[in-house]
Structure formats: C-alpha cells, structure tokens
Design a protein around this ligand. Structure first.
Ligand code: B16
Ligand code: MG
Length: 217
C-alpha cells in the first residue's frame, strides 16, 4: 500500500537548533535574561511566539505587546542571517538517501514543521522539490503536541493517518504523531523520545530494509 512520509524540519533534516540558540541567546541577553543550551533544548518544536513567552517566563520578565512583537522580529531577523548562509552541506547525514528511496518507490512526502521559515530553509539546502506538500508554522493554528500539523499533511498527501509515518526529534512532535494515529519515529535519544514507536540516533542508523518493513506493514 501507499504510505505517506512526514518529516519534521529542525533536528530531522537540518540542525537549525544551533542557529535558534544563537539568536535566542542574543535576544534574551539584550533584555537581561540568561539563556542556556538546556533551555534551548526545551524549545525544540515550539513556535516562535511560545518560545519567547517561555524565555520571558524563565527570566521573570514581562513586556508590553509592542515590545514583544518587536523582539520576535529582531530574533527572526538574526536567525535569518544564519539561514541565509545555509547550503546543501547542512543536510543531516543519509537524509537524501531515504528521500530518494521513497521517491523511487512512489511514496508521497510531506514536511510537518512548526517553523514559519521552513520553505526558505528547504530552498537554501536544495530539498524543496522532494516534498509533495509543506505544512509549516504558517498553515497551522495549534502547535505540536496538537496533531493538526500532521493531519493537514496526511490530508494533502491523500493518505489516511494510519498509513503515515512521522520522523520527529521533539517530544511534542512524537506526541502529536501518536495522537494523530501515525507511526512515530524518533530521531534522537531513546530516554527523551521513549514515547515513539521506534527511536534512532540519526538517519545513518535507518536502513532501507527498515523503511521497506514500514511500507509492507
Ligand atoms: P520559526 P521544527 C521548530 O522547527 C524549531 O524546532 C523551534 O525551535 C522553532 O522555535 C520553531 O520551529 C519555529 O521556528 O521561528 O522559524 O518560525 O522542529 O518544527 O521543524
Ligand atoms: Mg524538530
């Protein structure tokens, strides 16, 4: 049967978390708030707005609505200065191998990301043409762990949710995939992503035989 494959962006296809970290840290420090790598870790898969709310809460800081919007713009401008320099070299190992196999076998592919910059990033790393549909932060109203992003992706791929397979690096994303009734594949640490149906450290650990077994199930 035809399966739908849904990929998260940050942490699955590219490691943009390091750029989010630099941009959030600069911004947080500029308003006198500390920001650590561990905190950045907790913002994976979280929308820009929710991330800033969380950072301000950690720093016990409150802002006016105008200031809040201004900071969101500043953060994104800084983040985009890193994105602008991205190219194919930033694609995580063995991602193209899996994408090419799925395309050869005729299984449709979607992006399911919280990022509003997803299309821009896929263009930068030259992967846009691999995706049948892009569902990102511009197309959803409810962030992960709400399954909206993955339901929309399945619908666009014309594949029932139970025949969809999701690759995710964030706990919230794994929860969203499970709530959608999809097969969840965690990319990262087993202890963090224990709710996933399968967990791998990265795509170099995922064999074509494993993908075939998902397709034939
Ligand atoms: P933007 P994903 C998420 O991407 C990131 O993990 C998260 O750190 C970021 O805040 C969010 O996108 C929003 O990104 O500011 O570009 O709209 O993992 O869902 O692909
Ligand atoms: Mg992610």
């Amino acid at each position: 049967t035809k399966k739908g494959f849904i990929f998260d962006l940050d942490g699955v296809i590219v490691d943009t978390a390091k750029y989010h970290f630099l941009a959030w840290k600069k911004l947080a420090n500029s308003v006198g708030v500390d920001f650590t790598e561990a905190q950045n870790e907790q913002l994976k898969g979280v929308s820009r707005k929710k991330s800033l709310e969380q950072i301000l809460e950690w720093g016990d800081k409150s802002l006016s609505e105008e200031e809040f919007i201004e900071l969101m713009v500043l953060k994104n401008d800084d983040y985009l200065s890193y994105v602008d320099k991205m190219d194919e070299n930033e694609i995580l190992p063995d991602v193209p191998k899996i994408l090419n196999f799925l395309i050869e076998e005729g299984h449709p592919i979607a992006l399911g990301s919280a990022s509003k910059n997803a299309r821009n990033i896929l263009e930068k790393v030259n992967l846009l043409s691999y995706f049948n549909t892009i569902v990102d932060g511009n197309s959803v109203t409810k962030g992960k762990p709400n399954p909206e992003v993955f339901f929309k992706a399945a619908k666009a791929l014309k594949v029932p949710p139970k025949d969809c397979i999701v690759f995710e690096d964030a706990r919230a994303g794994i929860k969203a995939a499970n709530l959608a009734g999809m097969i969840s594949i965690g990319i990262g640490q087993k202890d963090v992503l224990h709710e996933a149906n399968y967990v791998f450290n990265d795509f170099t650990e995922i064999s074509i035989d494993f993908i075939k077994s998902l397709i034939n199930n």
